[in-house]
Every structure is written in C-alpha cells, then in structure tokens.
Design a protein around this ligand. Structure first.
Ligand code: HEM
Length: 388
C-alpha cells in the first residue's frame, strides 16, 4: 500500500471511505445518468455481455469430465469467474477473462480473501501490529498494483464504463480512483456470484421449481432466442423473478450491512439505542423472521406470487434499503436472470452424490459477512434443445 498512514487490514481497501466517495461523487457529478443505465427504466443493460459470458461458462462445463452429456463442475468457482468477468467488462472496463484463463490477478485475489480471513486476526486486529502477516501484505500489494495497472490502462484506453467517467473527473485523486475501482470490484463480484450459486443450488434440490422455471422460460423465449432486456423483465418471467427473490430471501448474499453509528439516540419502543452506539442491520434475521414469513426455512417462490404476499420494501431487503442501498441491484438481477434463462434451456442439473450440501446449503466463512455457498459442485446434463 502506498500511503503509510493507512491501517493495514482493519479496513481492507478502505471500504467505508470508498463507498462514501462513490456516493458523493455520483451525486455531485450526475454520474447517476451513467449508472441508471442499469435501472429498470434504463435504455441499455449489458445483456449481450452476460449472454456471451454465459456461453463461455458452457464451454467450461462441456470440457469437465469424460461423459459426453453429463458434467460435474465446481459451480461456486465458475459462478465467481462469471461475475468477475461481468463486473470487469461492464463497470470497470477491464476484461479479466477469468472464466477461460487463470488470471494471476484473480489467483492473488482469492488467496488474499482466504488468508485475510484468519479468525484470530479478525477477533484481535491489533495482532497485525505485533505479528504482521507478510504473505497477506504481499498479496495485497499485488492486488493494489493490479488495480493501479488497470487504471493506467483506463487512462490510455477510455471505454464505455463507469471507471472511464471517474478517470475524467479533475478532482478525483489517484487514491480515490483506485479505491473506487476496488469497491466496484468487491461489491459487484462475490455478492452476485453468491446469489447465482445459491440460485443453482435451490433449483437443484427443488426439481419441481427448476422444471417450472424452464417451462416458463421456453414458453416466453422458445428454445433458442437470445434473451433481451424486455424478455428478461419481471413481467415476462414472473416465476423466475419470484424464484430469484426467494433465493435472495432465504440465503441473502450480504447477511448484514456494515456498522453504522448514529449521533442521536434512537427510541425503538421496547429498546433505546444510545447515541454513538455502533449498530448492525441484520438482513438475514429479517428474512428469517417467523412473524413475517411463517415458514422462513422453506424454499417457496410461490409466496411472492400470492395475492396476500407478505413481502414489502421493509421485509425483503437483500440490497439493503434507503439512500445507501445497492445502486446496482438491477444490474445484478438482470445478470442473474440472464444466467438462469441460458442455463435452464441448455441443461438440467442436480447435486452430485455425495455432496456436502445434501442436508442443506453450507456457506463458507466470510470476513465480509457474505453468504457464499462453500465448494458447491453441480452435475449438469445437456438437454435436447427442441423440447420443453
Ligand atoms: C445480488 C447481488 C448484490 C447484492 C445482494 C448486493 C447487496 C448490497 C448491499 C446489502 C449493499 C449495502 C451495504 C451496506 O450498506 O453496508 C450494497 C452496496 C453497494 N453495492 Fe451491491 N449488491 C449486489 C451486487 C452489486 C453489483 C453487481 C455492484 C456493482 C457493479 C454493486 C455495487 C455496490 C456499491 C458500489 C455499494 C455501495 C453503495 C453506497 O455505499 O452508497 N453491488 N450492495
């Protein structure tokens, strides 16, 4: 890390200040016009990019195993590579080509995320001062150099992406640019891959839902037509939309939001939170509240199609809520829908036997409170394309 004043790992990549920078930057400079291309009403979403990346994923699936039609792959790994290429190409403007190649940058990122998550150092961050972890520090240096290199390329080769717009801004310091790139990379990558892994898992263990999603997709798009923004809308594919909502409810990729401190005391009726108390908003707890959902442990997309549906903006909050909610939620939802539409027409899938997930989904430990399905293998069987 270049700036010696920054704490080494207590605030990895300076996340809290970075997202504030992005927020202020977007509002001040009307980058919203740029960002709204990812919203429901936007003119263009990078669906064609998602489609072409999904095809790259299929190429990898096809090369796994020796059987011609049945392939078992590490889906959690593949999903992560897919979302990395999606966020790289669309928002950072840097193609990692992670699906097909072993990028050193991606290798360092994964090693860093694994090593930085040592529970001992998370519980006692001051250990970093006493016994600094040189390997983790060197991985972090590599990552930061990677971001700086990507930024230099961006200055020389501007593109049609958010980083290009930020690079052009005269008041953005090199550190702000680098930190914003890291935020987009982190926030846009593991979250969506967790969601796509969970989606594929819940459709594997709920075959009737997989069959119904497939029937809906084929009835709207036929067996081959490439998806577009209109055919992927929630109105076109209501059951797929409900299934994705149910996945984001039952296994929310961000289980809680980062801590906040209110300068004022907050009176909640039964409870009083004194001023300056760090508080965490627990998304997982809201999504699993018996009083709201009745049967929160059951995967049941139909709950979102029922007339008396219990969900609302206050009860279904995978992207948080209020002014700091995820600005890229529609980007992520369309990315998920594209992958789902492409997959259900191409393959049927199940959990392999044995599977560590046979008795329920197992999430990996994450220092960032992400709900990442752990080592999820999936067995895909190619479908005959003409049938439904
Ligand atoms: C299913 C996928 C995703 C989920 C569940 C998700 C969830 C969230 C949540 C809960 C927050 C609030 C965090 C907090 O307040 O501590 C957030 C913020 C954010 N997300 Fe996402 N996100 C997803 C995808 C993405 C993608 C694809 C991008 C970028 C391409 C992105 C960019 C951001 C940014 C920049 C913020 C910070 C906004 C701010 O502080 O004002 N997210 N996201």
């Amino acid at each position: 890390m270049k700036e010696s004043s920054e704490p080494p790992f207590s605030d990895v990549f300076g996340l809290s200040s970075i997202s504030r920078n992005i927020h202020i930057f977007w509002i001040k400079n009307r980058i919203w016009t740029r960002w709204t291309r990812f919203s429901e009403t936007a003119v263009t979403l990078p669906i064609d990019t998602f489609v072409s990346l999904a095809k790259n994923v299929f190429e990898v699936i096809e090369t796994a195993g020796t059987d011609l039609d049945t392939h078992t792959v590490s889906w959690s790994d593949l999903a992560q590579r897919f979302t990395l290429d999606a966020v790289g190409t669309s928002t950072i403007g840097h193609n990692f080509d992670a699906i097909r190649t072993e990028s050193p940058f991606v290798r360092d990122y994964n090693a860093f995320m694994r090593d930085v998550a040592s529970p001992l150092y998370l519980v006692f961050p001051s250990l970093e001062q006493l016994w600094p972890r040189t390997k983790v520090a060197s991985l972090m240096e590599n990552l930061i150099s990677g971001f700086e290199q990507a930024l230099r390329e961006k200055v020389e080769n501007p593109g049609d992406d958010i980083m290009t717009y930020m690079v052009r801004h005269p008041e953005m310091s090199a550190k702000e640019l680098r930190d914003n790139m890291a935020t987009l990379f982190l926030a846009g990558h593991d979250t969506t891959s967790a969601a796509i892994s969970s989606l594929v898992y819940f459709l594997a263990v709920n075959q009737s839902v997989q069959v119904r999603v497939r029937a809906e997709v084929i009835s709207v798009l036929g067996p081959d037509a490439e998806p577009s923004q209109s055919t992927l809308s929630p109105q076109s594919l209501p059951y797929l939309h409900a299934s994705i909502r149910e996945v984001l409810r039952i296994n929310p990729p961000a289980s809680y939001v980062s801590p906040r401190i209110s300068p004022l005391g907050i009176d909640l009726g039964n409870y009083y939170i004194p001023p300056q108390t760090p508080t965490i908003f627990n998304i997982y707890a809201v999504h699993h509240n018996d009083a709201i959902w009745g049967d929160p442990g059951v995967f049941r997309p139909e709950r979102f199609l029922e007339e008396q549906s219990v969900h609302s903006k206050a009860t279904l909050i995978p992207f948080s809520s209020g002014p700091r909610q995820c600005p890229a939620q529609n980007f992520a939802l369309y990315e998920m829908r594209t992958m789902a539409v492409m997959l259900v027409r191409e393959y049927e899938w199940v959990l392999p036997e044995p599977s560590i997930h046979a008795d329920g989904i197992k999430n990996a430990f994450s220092p960032f409170a992400l709900t990442l399905p752990c080592d999820l293998d999936i067995t895909f069987r190619r479908r005959a394309r003409a049938s439904s």
